[in-house]
Design a protein around this ligand. Sequence first.
Ligand SMILES: [Zn+2]
Length: 204
Amino acid sequence: MHFPSKRYQKTIWRYSLAGRMVGHEARTETIRQWTGLSERRVKELFRSCAKESVGQHSVRHRGPSPQKASFFLRSPQMREEAAALAALCRVLQVIPPRMVPNARRELPGLARGERLCSAFEMYQTLIGNSEITLERAVLLVIAIAQGTELQLGHCLHCGGAIVFDPLAAVRRACSYCREAEPAVTESASKQSQTERRCIQQRLF
Ligand SMILES: [Zn+2]
C-alpha cells in the first residue's frame, strides 16, 4: 500500500483544518494564520465550499476579525459563557498554562487549531445558541494567553471558572455569587481561601 509523503500529509492536514474553520464561518485571514495556507488557497477553498453548498447555509464574513476583549465582560451571561469556553480551551491545552506575551503570533498552528475547533464544538454542544463565534473564540484564547486584558481564574467564593479584567477593581466572583448576599460570600471567602487555592492548582 502506498502512503502519502509527510509533506503531502501536512497539506491534507492544513486543508482538513481549513475546511473545519470554514464550516465555523471563520474569516480568510484567521484560516490563513492557523493553517499556514496562502490567502489564495483559502479563497479557493471558500469558492469550492460555496459550490458544494448551493441551497444550503454558507457564510463568508469579510472585514477585520473581532478585536475587543471587553465583549466577553459586557453582561453576566456573556461572562459565564466566556468562562465555560475558556475553561474548555484550558483543559484541551488551547490556552497555555503560562502567559504568552506575543500570543497572536505564537499560538496559531495546526495541532492547536484542531484543539481549538474541538473546544468550540464542545462549547456549542453544551451551550447551544451563543454569540461567541469561532472568530470570537480565537480572540478569547489570544486575550487570555496574553493576560493583559483578560484572565481566566476561579470565583473567590465558589471556585467556579471566571474570566475577568486583571486591571478592574471588582470582586473576582462569578455572576451567581455576585448576586448572593454579600455577608455570606464574604464569610465563605475568608473561610476557604486556602482550600480554593489548592483546587485551582489542581484544575489549571
Ligand atoms: Zn461563584
